[in-house]
Structures are given as structure tokens and as C-alpha cells.
Write a protein that binds this ligand. Sequence first.
Ligand SMILES: [Zn+2]
Length: 444
Amino acid sequence: MSTISGPPAAALHSLSPSDVHFLQSLPKAELHAHLNGSIPLQTLVELAQNWPSSTEPHHDIASVIERLRSGVELDDISDFFLLFPAIYALTATPSAVRRATRDVLDAFLKPPSNPPPGFTYTPTPDCSYIELRTTPRATMHMSRYTYLTAVLDEVERFPPDKAAIIVSIDRRMSEAEAAECVEAAIALRDAGRRVVGLDLSGDPHKGDVSTFEKHFKRGKEAGLGVTVHIAEAKDSSAAESRILLGWRPDRLGHATFLSREHIALFFADVPKPGIGGPSNSNASVIQPWDPKHPLHTTFFAAYRKHLERIQKESTEPEETRQTLSFHFDVDKGARRAALRDIEALIVERGAYKPCIEMCISSNLLCRTVRSLDAHHIQYYLANNHPVTICTDDTLPFRTTLLGEYALLLAKPPFGLGLDHDQVRRIAQMSMESRFGKGRLGTSV
Ligand SMILES: [Zn+2]
């Protein structure tokens, strides 16, 4: 049985039965769900009961299970990663991985027998399609390859238009480990197994992403979709975001603290007035004449060129050319012409609008977004980015995909107050952004 609590539960409670029915009826894809963060609590409890504690005694499994049972309080995103050693210990064998995967897929793709505690709606499957992501783990009981085949065995119990996997590279991996994962992903996909993409994930404070660049490039060239967790933490480095955006991933996870400079440089957005950048700030987006703008140097060179041209072409008499208003007009003309050059440059580069994977409850509980109304989804919606709504890790964030969609539709302060058409469009974008679409040789 799924558990739902906190902001998504409050949003779902605030909706009318017909609104809940509307959300349930939308075909929607779950594109950002981590296998090990989505294992139902009851499954972990049962795995813990059968777990031979003598094998890895340094993990205090019981206290983590108890912590999970009572509801996790997260002060910082780093707290979340502390839960994982215990979950990993519980899923260290192929049979435990199979069992966990089966229960995660069932939770997303099959209707539960009852609604979550406290709710009365008739349950339906939480999503129409899932791309479940997982980092292949080697343990004393299995290789990374065996881990992936165990997950795939369960995924492939469902038809191709229901489930596929994304292979996650953990930021703490060595380059050789990352290469092994990418090669395994390609080999399995080539063997007809249901691998559709690669992901970069893990503690955002760890690792050097540039070491993985050529491996992600290799995966992309081999036809796998690429998504990366990017600008996830407040102190995520701008240099790192620039490297990751340079890979041109098909989708981006979170993108919470992406700078305005990078947005201007990579996305070619035309900022709408009154909507701040996605860095949780309401300040207006900077313009090319601001020295901080990434295209400032280009703009300034174009401005100088146009300034000289306009002055040269002017037929005004010398005394007029000395007046302040003449200089003012020339400046205005040069500025306009330089802006047109910048726009042409952006068009020439080609608009890059990757789908942003939004995990609203995850952001609120990890406190990377201070409140719903400050959530960066508002920026991306206003700037016509494809977005998709996802759960990230249903276990610690105690949410469901239905709960995340409730956060879109519920009226403030429980949700963003979007209308039915807007929410329907977001669900459509999730289906359009599937890596499996066109890659599985079916009508997915
Ligand atoms: Zn994630």
C-alpha cells in the first residue's frame, strides 16, 4: 500500500472527487524514479526479516527501518543519502533486487487494493509508463551486469509500453566503473533488453563530472537517452553545470539552481516579465548589456560595430552630431541592432529545450526550494520548456505520482492552482519526453 504524507497529501485532500478522478484519468509517464528510493516500506521490513545480519554487521539496519517507518525528517539533502547504506545492504543479492524491483513496479503500474490511509478515492495505477532508474551495484553476491539483468527480468514482465530502465552512473564512481556501467547498458540494449537511457546521479557534492563526459557521449552516440541531475543543490558549481549542459542531455533532473547566465546561454529563453529565474529568486533576468550576462562580450562587440556604422552613415551636420540627443539616438540604434545580432546568434545555435524532470515534494522536503510558490517549475512553464512531474524517491518523500499531480492542480496554498488544460498538457509532455518513445521498436 502506498503512503502519502506532507504537501502532496494536503494537496490531494484539498481536491474534489472529480478533480482526483481527472488526475487519475490522465495518461502520465513517471520518468524520474530511483529504484532504491522507491521500495515500499513493507518490502524493506520483509527483506530485513530475512536478512542474514551476520553478513554486514556494521549497518544498523533496524534503526534505519524504524526511522523509515516513523517518517523521515530531512534537514538537508545530505541527510537523505545517509539512508542508503542500509537499503543497499538489504538488496545485495539478485533475489532481493528482483523482489524490490517487482514491488516498486507493482506500486507504480498496478492499482493498489485500497487507497492510501486517510483517502477514499478508488485507486488506479499511479502511472501509465515508468522509466525506472538504478545504479548497477556489484556486491559479494553479484556483478553489476547481474544486478542489471535481475532488474530487467522484472521490468520485462510488463509490456514495452509500460516499463523500461535508465542506468544511473553514481558521481562517486571511478571512470572505469562508469565505463563498465555504460558498456553494460549498451550491450544489454543491443541484446534486446529494455534499457533506454543513462543518468548521472548521487550526492551532488561528490565527484568530478568531467571524468564521465566521454562515456555519456558514447552512450548518446549508441542511441541511449541521456539525463543528468543538474544544479540540484544551492552550492552546485556553475562550472559543473556548464560542463553538463555542454553534453546536451535530452532531459535534466531538478535544474533547481541553474544560473540565469546558463539559461541565457543554453536555452535561448525569452524571459517573461515578472517571472524570476529558477534560482528561487524573483529578480528579473539579466540583459546582454549587463556585464554579468554570458553574451555580454558578444553583445558589446556588435554594439561597437553598429555604433561606428551608424555614425559613419549619418548625414546630420557636424553641430547636430555634437548634441546629446544625437548620441542618445545613435546609442539606441546600435543597442537595438546588437540585440538583433544576439537573437540571430541564438537562432543559429539552435534552441535547446531539454525536458526538465520536476520532483516537487523532493525539493520541498530536501529544502532546496523554500515554498511551492517559489518553485522553479513556474519559470520553466512560463518559458515553454517541456517539463515532467516525477516522484524521485517515493519512500523517504512519502509521495505518489498522483500526489505530485495534485500539487499542480490544488489551489494555493496547497498547490500551484494550474487549470485542467495546463495539467493535461504537463501529463502529455511527460509522455512525449519518454526515452522509450521510438527506442523500443514498438508504438511506445
Ligand atoms: Zn533523483
